[in-house]
Design a protein around this ligand. Structure first.
Ligand SMILES: [Zn+2]
Length: 309
């Protein structure tokens, strides 16, 4: 299947920083090695033009990001050292989500091997997130008359405050976030539906909560496009998560999310969001399993032809 990546655009990080910069290249190699995507189906994302970003985020914030003029408070909140390379990479992450969303509208499903930067709001950029790729992608689909109504299903372990900030006032977008109750961000911006999960919630209770959240959200959203943030950080071994999902539980989550979103007839665009395992290969395993679940749902990939089938 076609996927988008921006892993070649790296940026300088201090030693032992928690941002998993290596995950993206390892994931690209993995999806090719596993036969999920052929090498020629892995596309390098173009940088999103500044006008696309300005359609959903504050011009002053974007100018401070572009020129490296973020305040000390903004720099601390972002948690990543500013560099021109960081900005270039952030724009390409958005470009990948836009391309994957357009592909989803055409083919039913699309996936960016990155994106899901859900802590970026209209006028703030924090928690490793510069730009809100999902909000930009939705705006592009609307401007290109490819979609109108949307649901955002955010299964990263952290609450989707930035997405709620941008899309909260939008009556044609329904935002759902399932997250650890006692985890970042500590000051929330409410989604249309927030599901606070207790620390150590395991597979069974998580899957039930997801199913119930979708029962509530899907009829209200009446979406023609869905964005699924398939965060790897609800995994039991994650450094920043507090839930206790197994890898099998995360696979079941992906399948439930994809099948229920698709059952409404919505196009589904999948983005990665977070994942902070001690060994980055565990995060890559989880992300690759998500990609395999997407590929199995595209008709060119028969059941049994892919790992995990
Ligand atoms: Zn997260």
């Amino acid at each position: 299947m076609d996927v988008w990546t921006h892993d070649r655009w790296r940026f300088p990080l201090p030693q032992r920083h928690r941002f998993p910069i290596d995950k993206y290249a390892l994931l690209r190699e993995r999806v090719v090695a596993d036969g999920i995507a052929r090498p020629e189906e892995v596309h390098e994302a173009e940088p999103a033009p500044w006008e696309w970003l300005a359609a959903v985020q504050d011009a002053g914030l974007l100018e401070r990001i572009r020129t490296g003029a973020l305040s000390d408070r903004e720099r601390r909140g972002l948690g990543l050292p500013w560099s021109p390379a960081l900005v270039e990479r952030g724009r390409r992450a958005v470009g990948g989500s836009v391309a994957a969303a357009r592909h989803a509208v055409r083919h039913g499903l699309g996936m960016n091997l990155g994106g899901g930067t859900h802590h970026a709001g209209r006028d703030f950029a924090r928690g490793y997130c510069l730009f809100n790729d999902v909000a930009v992608a939705l705006r592009r689909l609307r401007d290109e008359a490819l979609a109108e109504r949307a649901i955002v299903l955010d299964c990263d372990v952290h609450q989707g405050d930035g997405t709620a900030h941008v899309l909260g006032p939008d009556p044609r977008a329904f935002t759902v976030s399932l997250h650890g109750a006692r985890n970042y961000p500590f000051q929330r911006i409410p989604s249309d539906l927030d599901v606070d999960l207790a620390s150590c919630t395991g597979d069974e209770r998580y899957l039930q909560a997801l199913d119930e959240a979708l029962d509530f959200a899907l009829p209200r959203a009446e979406a023609d496009v869905a964005f699924y943030l398939a965060g790897a950080d609800p995994w039991e071994g994650d450094r920043l998560g507090r839930l206790a999902l197994t890898k099998a539980g995360l696979r079941a989550r992906d399948e439930l999310a994809l099948d229920r979103l698709r059952s409404t007839g919505a196009a589904v665009c999948v983005v990665l969001a977070g994942g902070y395992a001690d060994d980055v290969r565990d995060t890559v395993d989880i992300n690759a399993a998500t990609a395999a679940a997407v590929a199995r749902r595209l008709c060119s990939y028969p059941e049994g032809a892919l790992p995990g089938a």
